[in-house]
Design a protein around this ligand. Structure first.
Ligand code: ZN
Length: 168
């Protein structure tokens, strides 16, 4: 059953109950001694309740066109932001600024890369009994570079700041 069907059903029931009440009231064959009002009381209540039901369903239909409760809650967040910032335009401008800064994760990653880290070394072979380190490895992305040839302050691959302070 759709909401429109429910509305027309409620309206039909209400009309039906009202008609029943009228038929009893107008029935000349029911003796005067019978309390017609008492008999039609139930019909009248039932009709009123179904009319009320139809009204509520109409109201519900309107709410549904506005959005689900979740959507409305989300929309209220924007309303709150717009009030806080003055205008919706201001909210968008601020959002663009945040977008440029990046997500909190991106900020954290960027800050970490600016903090110099010591490279890892890899050696191959010995010279005079000492292991020769001819490769340094970016501590962030793991890219391999050649010692003495690739002297970068920042890893060209990921931007990690390299700490050369221990270099012999
Ligand atoms: Zn790197």
């Amino acid at each position: 059953m759709t909401i429109d069907e429910a509305i027309s059903h409620a309206r039909e029931v209400a009309e039906c109950q009202k008609m029943s009440a009228r038929l009893i009231e107008d029935n000349a064959y029911i003796p005067e001694s019978v309390d017609k009002e008492a008999i039609t009381y139930g019909n009248t209540i039932c009709a009123k309740e179904h009319e009320q039901l139809a009204e509520w369903l109409e109201e519900l239909k309107q709410y549904r066109t506005i959005g689900t409760p979740e959507e409305l809650k989300a929309a209220m967040k924007y309303v709150y932001l717009a009030k806080k910032n003055g205008t919706v335009g201001q909210v968008i401008e601020n959002c663009v600024k945040y977008e440029e800064i990046g997500t909190p994760e991106e900020c954290k990653a960027a800050t970490e890369k600016q903090t110099a880290k010591k490279p890892d070394y890899e050696g191959d072979g010995y010279s005079d009994g000492h292991l020769v380190y001819d490769t340094w490895i970016c501590p962030c992305c793991g890219k391999h570079y050649e010692v003495d040839y690739d002297d970068y302050d920042f890893c060209p691959a990921c931007g990690q700041c390299i700490d050369w302070s221990d270099e012999e």
